[in-house]
Design a protein around this ligand. Structure first.
Ligand code: GLN
Length: 218
């Protein structure tokens, strides 16, 4: 699949009658807000707490929260291996804030923190300051005509991206949204903006994946 533009046209969405099914990892953090935004974007949503909950999903959102807690709980429920298998099978994955840390390949200064390593980029946790230093900023997003007002809450900073990773938005020159294949990261909280464009984009991408036409993995 080529690098589809953001805000994909509805022509690329799933066939009529087949709803796009998106799960939200619901171990800890801001999963309710994501579910509501995904539902407004037309997806059928489900909370994911066990590996079996991934079955039949087109996409998975890993929300903001506390990444060290999320990975601990993922390990406890065998969700780490299950999510890796889901992604390897072509399932779309979107990590926001702590979720971006969870899917990253590298975490600066915390080599011991488990992570899924689904996207070739490195992050530094809490690099934008403490909770009180949370802020909002207008972002120019690749392919969008209007800026997106992003909410940053103790956001990780993306400190490096691999050659196959496409940067979708920057703040002060630093990447804050990126994508490689079916894996997307945003270091801000798009579910708190009252602007559902990121969710609509993800739902459209989930609907345009062709998982069922891929040969089964050995
Ligand atoms: N600072 C958190 C972490 O390191 C992320 C913050 C968030 O998701 N809002 O996991």
């Amino acid at each position: 699949m080529g690098a589809a533009a953001l805000a994909t046209s509805s022509a690329e969405s799933s066939a009529p009658g087949k709803p796009v099914r998106v799960g939200v990892l619901a171990l800890q953090g801001a999963f309710r807000e994501h579910r509501a935004a995904l539902a407004r974007a037309g997806a059928e949503t489900r909370e994911v707490r066990r590996p079996a909950h991934l079955s039949g999903l087109d996409g998975l959102v890993i929300p903001g929260g506390e990444s060290s807690t999320i990975v601990k709980l993922m390990r406890a429920y065998d969700l780490d291996a299950a999510i890796r298998a889901f992604a390897a099978d072509g399932g779309a994955v979107w990590g926001t804030c702590a979720g971006a840390i969870v899917v990253a390949a590298g975490i600066d200064g915390h080599p011991e923190q488990p992570r899924l390593g689904l996207i070739d980029l490195a992050v530094e946790r809490n690099a934008y300051g403490r909770q009180v230093a949370s802020f909002e900023a207008d972002l120019d997003v690749d392919g969008w005509s209007e800026p997106f007002r992003a909410v940053f809450i103790r956001a990780p900073r993306i400190t490096g991206v691999g050659p196959a990773v496409r940067v979708l938005a920057r703040h002060d020159g630093v990447p804050v949204a990126a994508r490689a294949g079916a894996v997307t990261v945003t270091v801000f909280h798009p579910e708190l903006s009252g602007d559902d464009r990121w969710h609509a984009d993800f739902v459209a991408r989930c609907g345009s994946t062709e998982r069922t036409e891929q040969p089964p993995r050995a």
